[in-house]
Unconditional design. Structure first.
Length: 726
């Protein structure tokens, strides 16, 4: 569009990049060198000159003059209410049809998510320092401010009597402070704290924010240190709980010894509180034996341990780690579980993102243009475990150098798992862990779900763990699957439960907060049991496959060993059916119904029936091979009989007593050998050929040795008979 103009807001590195881009494309713009926090009232005189243009773009302005109401005015911004949008530079690039360079992408990340976003994009420390230095220069940071920041004593709450906070903020973050406050006589800035919580605390004050869930939050006034400390402290209450479960096969013979070296401690299940009592008594005794009789290990966690999920958008989710546990069942099947609590993020879409991005293990897909393209949709920028001084970080950047997972399958196991339990294991699911989650939602949301959960997009995404767009775009099909996946028994109370192949989730209003304990305990155990079923059947099925792979006729078939292994598989299967797999696990009505839903969604019945057929077919095939071997043995005896019939006939006709001393015994042997060879022609040569084709190499050797020995014995008998004959 030729008749358009751009107005530039507060100056920083992003605005400088925007200015260069407009110059490159010959676009008309107005730049009054405004400071950060620019208002439309500051450009009103210039604005009047261009108000009749077809399109007027305002870039990062606070509209105190009301010009954004005009039809020909469009606002380019990513702060405050626009924080869900791309950076202003990215929005402009889209308008101009411009492809951002690597440096421009870094500038956009810097402005949208500050240093954490640059770290998550695998940008090196030296490059980050260069970008931050350029940003401070564009902001107009003075030499005096830089020197004051360099000399300042660093702490969580910092008084800095200068206009620009960025030199001190950069130094604080680069030296390890992820949460801090900087204030002067006119402004108080919070960095790295949950923005949503601060919005609630300061809802009566004028504030501005940006940089994601843990970005910056500013109030245009000086707060006292007491007010700041109270805001930081806050009153915490669990908003949601999230448990990620990873079932896997143990391949390491020293697995237990190794995880104990990494800090896991064996725990015995003890009923030491009402919570444990309620969990234990909920299940039938035979179910208790499976769930609470397994080997159980917990990681010794330092206080204030965190599970941190960082997204490419700049959003950061810090969840408190309640437990990290490993449970070991029979047949080397185990489960790793992360038990996490959310105290800071109340927005319903944040709950979706925590579940979807927090459960990821490795890139779901790659492209030639961008190896880590999955970070745009499913994959987090990085996941960190903060265990006091120890930080385990997985940013998936190793895939940039080598993504040959065929020869390096350990690459699929992220550091936040391998550094806890090692990488000598085989995962059972795909790139996702199973999710158990419960959300204490605002009343308006539970009211919406009461009225119509079937057509509520958020509920669908919550149940099927979609962090972004809904992964079903057919209304009829969505209606069908969400009805099947929802348990609405307590709907009128504002409570819903949902199950899918990868989740068991619940939502309730404040009155249903007590159900959070059910999700953490009983329903976690229920989900673990169903995952155990899938794992055990898959393990048995793999054993059947391995057994079938031994049926290589060229190398021979050891039927006795095959039958022995087959019996072991079947014995384990019967043990599974009668000691682990239960059609009912509790007497509680709700538990019975939800357990049935889980079994149906996980296709456990179909999987068990399919394995039944596998075992039946395997047994039939082994019977066929055994019958074939018996027939081969009988055929071998028939062949031997046919081979030695002519020699017997010769001996009978000649008679041992009719051979006088003058007759050479060699003549007799030659006659017998000739008659033996004649016997070969008396039987079907094809039978001998087919017989030797069908039997194993070992049996061929044994057969030939047997024939030679028999012939030698007969010859020896003839010689002996010749000697004793008078």
């Amino acid at each position: 569009m030729a008749n358009r103009i751009f107005f530039l807001g507060g100056c920083d590195l992003e605005m400088c990049a925007i200015k260069r881009l407009l110059d490159k494309y010959g676009e008309k713009y107005v730049d009054k060198n405004l400071k950060w926090g620019a208002k439309t009232s500051q450009i009103l005189d210039e604005f009047e000159k261009y108000k009749n243009y077809d399109k007027i773009y305002l870039i990062e302005f606070e509209d105190d003059a009301g010009v954004l109401k005009w039809e020909n005015v469009e606002h380019i911004d990513h702060h405050n209410e626009n924080s869900d949008k791309p950076s202003s530079l990215e929005q402009l690039a889209y308008i101009l049809g411009h492809k951002l360079s690597r440096f421009e992408k870094a500038v956009a990340l810097n402005d949208k998510g500050y240093i954490p976003a640059l770290n998550c994009a695998c940008i090196g420390k030296s490059d980050i320092q260069r970008i931050r230095k350029l940003d401070r220069k564009c902001q107009g940071v003075t030499k005096e401010e830089e020197e004051a920041a360099a000399k300042a004593e660093l702490k969580e709450i910092n008084y800095f009597p200068y206009e620009h906070f960025s030199p001190l903020s950069d130094r604080l973050y680069m030296e390890g402070f992820e949460k801090y406050v900087i204030y002067n006589d006119n402004l108080t800035m919070f960095y790295g704290y949950p923005v949503d919580r601060l919005k609630k605390i300061f809802k009566d004050k004028k504030f501005f924010c940006g940089g994601g869930t843990h970005g910056y939050f500013g109030i245009e006034e000086k707060l006292s240190e007491y007010e700041i400390k109270e805001a930081i402290k806050g009153q915490k209450k669990e908003i949601s709980t999230h448990t990620f479960i990873l079932p896997f096969f143990i391949k390491d013979k020293n697995f237990i010894e190794n995880i104990e070296k990494k800090g896991f401690e064996k725990k015995k299940y003890e009923i030491k509180s009402a919570e444990f009592y309620n969990e234990y008594i909920y299940f039938y005794p035979y179910t208790q034996k499976v769930l609470f009789g397994s080997k159980y290990y917990e990681l010794a966690l330092p206080e204030n341990s965190k599970y941190v999920i960082k997204l490419k958008s700049g959003d950061v989710y810090e969840l408190e780690i309640e437990d990290i546990a490993v449970r070991i069942f029979e047949n080397n099947i185990a489960m790793l579980s992360f038990h996490l609590n959310n105290y800071d993020y109340s927005d319903r879409n944040d709950i979706l993102k925590i579940n979807d991005f927090g459960r990821r293990i490795f890139p779901q897909y790659i492209t030639e243009e961008d190896i880590l393209a999955a970070k745009n949709t499913f994959l987090p920028n990085c996941i960190e475990l903060k265990l006091s001084e120890r930080i385990i970080k997985e940013d998936f950047c190793d895939f940039l150098q080598n993504y040959d997972i065929k020869n390096n399958p350990q690459k699929l196991i992220p550091r936040f798992i391998s550094e806890l339990i090692g990488d000598n294991l085989q995962m059972i699911l795909d790139d996702r862990m199973f999710v158990v989650s419960f959300y204490v939602a605002p009343a308006w949301l539970t009211e919406e779900l009461k009225k119509d959960y079937v057509h509520n997009d958020w509920w669908y995404k919550y149940v099927f763990v979609d962090g972004g767009d809904k992964t079903c775009q057919d209304d009829e099909f969505c209606t069908e699957v969400i009805k099947k996946a929802t348990y609405p028994r307590w709907r009128n109370y504002g409570t819903l439960w949902g199950v899918s192949r990868y989740s068991l989730v619940g939502v309730a209003n404040e009155g249903g907060r007590f159900l959070m304990a059910h999700a953490k305990n009983m329903y976690f155990q229920m989900a673990s049991l169903v995952l155990l079923y899938r794992s055990m059947i898959l393990n048995l099925s793999n054993q059947v496959k391995d057994l079938i792979d031994t049926f290589k006729e060229d190398d021979g078939i050891d039927l006795s060993k095959i039958r022995k292994n087959s019996k072991k598989i079947y014995r384990d299967y019967l043990k599974f059916l009668n000691g682990i797999f239960f059609k009912e696990i509790t007497a509680q009505e709700q538990g019975i119904e939800m357990y049935k839903m889980l079994l149906e969604v996980a296709d456990i019945k179909e999987i068990v029936e399919s394995f039944d057929r596998e075992m039946e077919e395997l047994d039939n095939y082994i019977d066929l091979l055994e019958e074939k071997e018996r027939n081969s043995s009988l055929e071998f005896l028939s062949i031997l009989g046919a081979l030695f019939l002519p020699p017997s006939l010769v001996i009978g006709i000649m008679g041992m007593n009719n051979i006088d001393a003058k007759t050479s015994w060699a003549v007799t042997v030659i006659a017998i050998l000739f008659s033996f060879l004649s016997g070969v022609f008396l039987i079907d040569a094809n039978k001998i050929t087919n017989y030797f084709k069908e039997i194993s190499h070992e049996r061929k050797v044994y057969t030939m040795i047997g024939v030679v020995i028999l012939f030698a014995v007969i010859t020896a008998l003839l010689i002996y008979a010749r000697k004793i004959t008078p």
